[in-house]
Design a protein around this ligand. Structure first.
Ligand code: GLA
Length: 728
């Protein structure tokens, strides 16, 4: 007899009979597994929601695919495994057969066990009904008398039917983060790994999309989105061999990380978040953004302040007067927060450049004789909030901390440490509870002494260069990468338990910590140290696939840009920064009055559109990667009553023929009034103040001039537009 389990609001535990369908549903998605007592559970379906009738018609998995949803190594060894272990007696084979299924509200658990060895595995699926997300993870428990060694331990596996499946992923590095790559899946393996140790979104992102019907389109087509919610080393792998399916495995990167699971211990993998959309790549992005803002991102429902960060303005040249001046300047432009970056600390070793003092989190009294108190007083005087930079997981060998605790750094016993930034940087060993206490105390000391601190920029500028822990036993050296992140999470949780309100930015040499593993404790991340507006369009485009604008710190900076030395117009820099969480990172003292006036106007207008940008739904329209000479995207409110449309030219040639951009996401039947923001042109646009139907805007679109029409001496080769649309 075929039974069907539905996700229900009550608890059902069932021991299994024959071939039962386990169904996990969200508003528009269905996942179906086939679970039979004594057999391995099998994948049946993941995609658009199916009715009860359709579910009955689902065929049992075909023989020409290996459909085990969590294949274990040992009894079908040619197949790729999600789990492999060395049992206490040395046996390398594991069998996982179904025992029972529990459905309890939004959580489905499939209980598996090895029929010979007392190993139990729980496959967990948590449904986020409203936002079409399913989180999948695994819990492995050792019932053997001695430790077993886990050598492969994926969070989840998902077969994807072959056809014309394309992968979108996001490679990059420092100052060039989140570059979009789109490629068809071909036979062989596609492996995306991170081995940084501390941060994980340089090199490549832990998030991918699979477009199921050819190269992904932004607003049409079936797309699966997947994100590994982890802050450490990960591995995403697609195996395509001689069956009808691609096999997608995701989890912690097991390289040099075999895990000794003690008797009675449970190993919980990070979650893989999965969504499916029939509205293309942007549809998957909207699901991730909504899920993220509602359930994951710290303060996902709270508008972010407009800030000035001191880094590109003064770098290490911090002093009381300079900070006061920057606070006064950002306040005069309408900003709400000032963040003092690196360079404010160190007593015996004052932080003058990047080669000392990390670990010594006391104010440099030569630079700031009145201490943080003085800065807070000036912030109050200027009417802005105050924020501060720290890099708590790190130290320099030139620091009092290192002199006291050389055993606290990540380093293999018997080896000299490999040094990072400034030739002296080292990583603190977060597997050590004493180090966890110390890292917690950095925030705790600041916040308990100065509760007015409103914002913390938490940086992390070094990878684990030397594998090894002076705290872990020699037998458990392979636990370092995993224990580091367990320690990191514990510290973050302690901070949030005590300081739930402070805003915290995750920075890691720019965009090294853009992932759903850190965002439950952080409000936002720094997208990149590269603030060049043109390159930011490409990086923010890629980043927006999985992360909402509210989390993407995007700052107006000086020209020539300090990384790429490009000179863009102030209007262009503003128009790009205004598509994320707007801020400034510039020395206002060096700005002209005209530039300041433009920024003042931009900040005023951003306040007006802030809820649309920060809580709206994204529709990417023309990709910069398609090299059509422009890029365009928009945000639309849930009610579809307001939208902001961005148009940035990415090249400048004479006698160009750019496509007219069709908008998306509007209500076809409503009329929208158009108003240009950040206007610099001498004359208003033709469309200014006019109203157009949503249908017209989506089927035809607006023509805008290819250049900003300004006085002769002010013309530049940069052109951009930001339009506000308001339903009447
Ligand atoms: C990193 C960050 C920058 C800045 C510097 C300070 O590079 O990404 O934004 O904070 O450190 O040293």
């Amino acid at each position: 007899m075929k039974k069907v389990f539905f996700l229900a609001l009550f608890c059902v535990t069932a021991s299994l009979a024959k071939a039962e369908q386990v169904v996990v549903q969200t508003r528009h998605n269905t996942l179906v597994l086939n679970v039979e007592k004594g057999a391995q559970p099998k994948y049946v379906y993941y995609g658009a929601k199916l009715s009860a009738l359709d579910l009955q018609h689902l065929q049992t998995p075909r023989a020409d695919g290996r459909m085990e949803i969590y294949p274990a190594h040992g009894l079908n060894t040619p197949a790729e495994a999600a789990l492999a272990m060395r049992h206490a007696d040395g046996n390398l084979s594991t069998a996982l057969i179904a025992e029972s299924v529990e459905q309890n509200g939004d959580l489905t658990t499939i209980n598996l066990k090895d029929p010979v060895y007392p190993i139990t595995v729980k496959l967990k699926y948590k449904a986020y009904e409203e936002v079409d997300m399913i989180e999948a993870w695994t819990e492995i428990t050792n019932g053997e008398k001695q430790p077993v060694t886990l050598t492969t331990f994926a969070s989840a596996m998902m077969p994807i039917r072959r056809g014309d499946v394309w992968l979108s992923h996001f490679y990059g590095s420092w100052a060039n983060e989140a570059r979009l790559v789109e490629e068809p899946l071909t036979p062989g393996q596609k492996v995306i790994v991170n081995k940084d140790g501390t941060r994980n979104s340089h090199t490549d992102h832990g998030e991918v999309m699979f477009s199921l019907n050819g190269k992904g389109q932004e607003n049409t087509g079936d797309v699966i989105g997947a994100a590994i919610c982890y802050s450490g080393n990960y591995r995403l792998k697609v195996v395509t061999d001689d069956t009808d399916y691609h096999y997608f495995f995701a989890g912690i990167n097991e390289d040099n990380s075999e895990y000794h699971l003690k008797k009675g211990e449970t190993f919980k993998t990070p979650a893989l978040a999965l969504t499916f959309s029939q509205e293309g790549l942007s549809g998957v992005s909207r699901n991730f953004h909504k899920w993220g803002r509602t359930y994951k991102l710290m303060h996902g429902n709270k508008e972010r302040k407009i800030l000035l960060n001191s880094w590109e303005g003064v770098y290490f040249d911090i002093n009381q007067k300079g900070m006061d001046q920057m606070m006064a300047d950002i306040a005069s432009m309408g900003g709400e927060l000032f963040v003092m970056d690196d360079g404010w600390f160190g007593d015996k070793y004052p932080r003058k450049v990047d080669n000392s003092s990390l670990g010594d989190w006391v104010v440099d009294k030569n630079k700031l004789p009145e201490g943080i108190e003085g800065l807070l007083r000036d912030a109050k005087k200027n009417g802005v909030k105050f924020g501060i930079w720290i890099e708590p997981e790190m130290a320099n060998t030139t620091s009092e901390l290192y002199e006291k605790h050389p055993d606290w750094i990540v380093k293999a016993p018997n080896r000299e440490p490999v040094l990072g930034r400034g030739g002296t940087q080292v990583v603190l060993d977060l597997s050590n509870p004493k180090v966890q206490d110390f890292v917690f105390s950095i925030v705790d000391n600041l916040m308990s002494k100065y509760p007015e601190i409103d914002y913390i920029k938490w940086d992390a500028n070094m990878a684990i260069m030397n594998h090894g822990s002076q705290y872990l036993t020699m037998g458990n050296q392979s636990h370092l990468y995993i224990e580091y992140h367990r320690g990191f999470e514990k510290v973050c949780q302690r901070i949030r338990d005590k300081y739930p309100d402070v805003t915290i930015q995750a920075c890691a040499s720019g965009g090294g910590r853009a992932n759903w593993g850190v965002l439950p404790w952080f409000d936002e991340f720094w997208v990149s140290d590269n603030t060049d507006a043109l390159q930011r369009i490409y990086m923010q485009w890629g980043t927006s696939y999985f992360f909402p604008a509210i989390a993407m710190a995007s700052h107006i900076s000086a020209t020539p840009n300090h990384t790429v030395f490009r000179t863009t117009s102030m209007k262009y820099r503003i128009d790009v920064a205004m598509s994320g969480r707007l801020g400034m990172e510039i020395q206002p003292k060096n700005m002209t009055d005209e530039e300041k006036a433009l920024c003042r106007q931009a900040i005023k207008e951003y306040k007006q559109i802030r809820p649309i940008v920060q809580f709206g739904n994204i529709y990417r329209l023309v990709s910069p990667y398609d090299r059509k000479g422009l890029a365009s995207m928009m945000y639309v409110t849930d009610q579809k009553d307001k939208a902001v449309w961005y148009w940035w030219k990415t090249e400048s040639f004479q006698n160009e023929h750019l496509p007219r951009v069709k908008m998306a996401g509007l209500d076809a039947n409503r009329m929208y009034k158009v108003h240009e923001l950040n206007r610099i042109d001498l004359k208003p646009l033709d469309c200014e103040g006019k109203s157009y139907s949503g249908a017209y805007l989506m089927n035809h679109g607006l023509d805008v001039p290819y250049r900003n029409e300004v006085d002769w001496g002010k013309k530049t080769d940069w052109a951009s537009r930001v339009l506000l649309l308001e339903a009447e």
